[in-house]
Design a binder for this molecule. Structure first.
Ligand code: SF4
Length: 304
């Protein structure tokens, strides 16, 4: 079956089952195009929380579906491929974080949404790249802050917020594929283009960019900015989203290599099967969910 026929079948089945399909900006173009809503982690969490559908099909990675399950415990959240994880989220564990907390008693733990539900449960506030700066600013001055797991986002957001944070040494392997050689080559190839990068990129890449934005911030920036051409430093799926949302503008990836293999595990066929089977359902043990809920709710309420 071609993409268009499969998309028609998915939409039919979603209507029949009363399902909402959410897709992250890094999903395959054909998966983005079949979704009810395409967005970043913050936007998708808010949509999941507000949705009244019988089922939520989450086209993203595991921690995203878990976050939706924390917010919406009474309706099934389905991840079309359970193997779609996030290596960055796997870089922080409860035991290690508890040890760091013991070394810094009284520190406020700000965890990026790219963490397991168990890590969220031992964190004080969650954030996404869209509201990390506001979340860090919201911590009372004088309190120590531990930021997990992304060292790049943590350092960038702390600098923007004018605060100092203890950063966990995690990173995104996909954004780690973007380096300063790519920036120099792209500037030479497209001298009139502005460079917009995600804060998960390494600090030397961030330092050379014209703008540093979350994926939702990139869309806003490119819509409002008066340039006609942009070089984008984030996962490749974002180019499709920008081309749709910013007609008349041209987008080039900083590198064709920035492809997240986990995001790309979700295919139209798997979305169709997930709807048919109403699974795999992602669940969070109730005691963990209750402990994580406060941190996630604060994330959903703040900013951007
Ligand atoms: S792009 Fe990076 S942070 Fe996002 S899911 Fe993939 S590995 Fe995780």
């Amino acid at each position: 079956m071609d993409h268009s026929a499969m998309q028609t079948e998915i939409r039919r089945l979603a209507r029949e089952k009363g399902a909402i399909i959410l897709a992250h900006n890094y999903q395959r173009p054909e998966v983005q195009d079949v979704a009810d809503f395409v967005g970043d982690s913050l936007g998708l969490s808010r949509k999941a929380a507000a949705a009244t559908a019988n089922l939520t099909v989450f086209c993203g990675v595991h921690f995203m579906a878990e976050t939706a399950a924390i917010l919406v415990p009474d309706r099934p959240v389905i991840l079309p491929d359970q193997e779609a994880g996030c290596p960055m989220a796997d870089m922080v564990d409860v035991e290690g974080l508890e040890e760091l907390k013991a070394e810094h008693p009284g520190a406020v733990v700000v965890s990026y949404v790219n963490t397991s539900a168990a890590v969220k449960a031992v964190s004080d506030i969650c954030c996404t790249s869209a509201n990390a700066v506001e979340i860090i600013r919201s911590v009372p001055v004088g309190k120590e802050i531990i930021f997990t797991p992304d060292r790049n986002l943590g350092s960038w957001a702390a600098q923007k917020a004018g605060r100092w944070v203890i950063v966990w040494p995690g990173f995104c392997p996909t954004h780690g594929l973007i380096d300063i050689d790519d920036v120099e080559k792209a500037r030479a190839a497209y001298p009139n283009a502005k460079i917009v990068v995600h804060p998960e990129c390494a600090s030397d890449v961030v330092a050379l960019a014209d703008a540093v934005e979350s994926t939702s911030g990139m869309i806003r920036f490119c819509q409002q900015d008066d340039a006609k051409e942009y070089i984008i430093g984030t996962e490749l799926g974002m180019i499709h989203r920008l081309q749709k949302d910013c007609p008349g503008k041209t987008f080039h990836p900083l590198t064709q290599l920035a492809v997240c293999p986990n995001m790309k595990l979700i295919t139209l066929e798997k979305v169709f099967k997930a709807l048919q089977n109403e699974g795999p359902v992602i669940t969070v043990p109730e005691d963990v969910r209750m402990k994580a809920l406060h941190a996630v709710q604060r994330m959903v309420e703040v900013g951007a």
